[in-house]
Design a binder for this molecule. Structure first.
Ligand code: FRU
Length: 449
């Protein structure tokens, strides 16, 4: 059985991972905490694992940050820097605000670190926010510092059933309910992992985006769990929907997305790529679940519509190694199992298109991308339903291929589709160009690890 550890994607050292959590920065260091079962490759006994990176591509594992206690498992949440020491844990303390799931239901708790995230202490006054009687889904706090003067406060977004609640606090310890927002009218859905992030707009001014993940209602059991975005007005007290909305990634493997604080740069989002354990004899893989490629977010106006653009952050990569001439059928060996493939086309003629097939060492298909002048379809052997998006396929397309996953950023990043591709390790791409127009393709191999 080949080693299937991806090169470009973070995976837990052992055991299970789901959502990214507590995304924060200290100096040049990017911190990733994540939903983690250290003991088994399945969800359960959830802790916060911890890793850091200097470039969002190479990650260093650290000891577990938060472990379950009598209030329960450590669910998803965020980290803030308490520069003004409002909570009394020390100036500049990192404070984690997260859900605990246990005997009191889904409550919100605090932990703090005064050594830049290396070690953590649970606040002894937990929980800081408990659900009202009978409320089951009450989780995934995202806290931001908002406002000036007397209106300056910590503001928490909390996923509560079909709604996002806004709560406010001066000290992170005491919270009062402020308002309730329902971004998605579909009955019976459950919202998870809200995030609120200022994204540079078309004229440079930031626009607030609410990100949220949706578990579809039982009646829509066949539809996917997706991350949505919604442009909002936000005054620190309530969220008000502005027109534009969209899906962050159309594929089956991008969920529970959160952003790192922007620090003046466009913000960076990551999601959890859910995956199934390979059902193959002799499987000795010690881990399950991976982080998506980090993506920088900007907003653009196209044909009058606000469009969310994602550009993958890929760390160091070797120089382009292949160029493919137009109107050709070619097979390109991937130098190594992790590679970044860039395709560029002019606007496609009606009935024209191209296909890109990813194959393993035996020549069997792992994934197939089909692009025509009206739609893009990505299918993968381990996902029975292909993803089809109505799009024109023009502009630059970046395909991040790694052991076990493919992420597609088409139309200059306006259309993202991510899928796991277990259990195969990619070996080559076959491109069939039926466009009649130039398709320029370059393959670069990642240098990480
Ligand atoms: C999303 C989620 C969160 C929850 C966590 C538990 O995938 O269900 O709502 O906090 O995972 O692991």
């Amino acid at each position: 059985m080949p080693d299937e550890r991806p090169r470009l994607h973070f995976t837990p050292p052992t055991g299970w991972m789901n959502d990214p959590c507590g995304l924060t920065r200290t100096g040049d260091t990017w911190h990733l905490f994540y939903q983690h079962n250290p003991d088994a490759r399945v969800w359960g006994n959830i802790h916060w694992g911890h890793a850091t990176s200097l470039d969002l591509a190479d990650w260093t594992d650290h000891p577990i940050a938060l472990a379950p206690d009598e209030l329960g498992l450590i669910f998803t949440g965020c980290c803030v820097r308490d520069v003004e020491d409002t909570a009394g844990f020390g100036a500049d303390a990192l404070v984690a605000v997260f859900t605990q799931a246990g005997p009191l239901g889904q409550v919100q708790s605090l932990a703090f670190s005064t050594d830049g995230g290396a070690s953590w202490s649970m606040f002894d006054g937990n929980p800081v926010l408990a659900p009202p009687e009978g409320v089951k889904d009450h989780r995934d706090p995202k806290v931001v510092r908002h406002g000036d003067g007397p209106d300056r406060a910590w503001v928490m977004l909390l996923a509560v059933g079909e709604t996002i609640e806004v709560h406010r606090s001066n000290d992170l310890r005491h919270w009062s309910a402020s308002s309730v927002f329902r971004p998605d009218p579909r009955p019976g859905i459950i919202l998870e992992v809200p995030d609120l992030v200022a994204v540079p707009g078309p004229d440079g001014d930031p626009i607030w985006l609410l990100l949220y993940s949706v578990i579809p209602a039982d009646t829509e059991a066949s539809s996917r769990r997706l991350v949505h975005w919604q442009a909002v007005d936000f005054d620190g007290h309530q969220l008000v929907a502005l027109g534009p909305t969209g899906v962050v990634d159309h594929g089956p493997s991008f969920y529970a997305a959160l952003t790192w604080p922007a620090d003046g740069e466009p913000p960076i989002v990551v999601g959890w790529m859910d995956e199934s354990l390979p059902e193959v004899a002799g499987d000795r893989r010690e881990w399950c679940g991976r982080l998506s490629t980090p993506r920088q977010l900007t907003l653009e106006r196209r044909a009058g519509e606000l469009v969310l653009r994602q550009s993958p952050v890929l760390g160091r990569a070797a120089n382009p190694t292949h160029q493919v001439e137009p109107d050709d059928d070619v097979v390109i060996d991937l130098l190594d199992r992790a590679s970044i493939t860039r395709l560029e086309t002019a606007e496609l003629e009606p009935k024209s298109g191209y296909e890109l097939q990813l194959i393993d060492r035996e020549g069997d298909e792992i994934a197939m991308l089909e692009v025509t002048s009206t739609r893009i379809t990505l299918s993968a052997t381990d996902h029975p339903d292909p993803t089809t998006v109505h799009a024109i396929g023009a502009g630059q397309t970046t395909i991040v291929i790694d052991a076990g996953s493919v992420e597609l950023f088409a139309e200059d990043g306006a259309c993202a589709i991510s899928t796991t591709t277990l259990p195969s390790v990619p070996h080559a791409v076959k491109v069939r160009n039926r466009t009649g127009v130039l398709v320029t393709l370059s393959v670069r191999a990642a240098l990480s690890h």
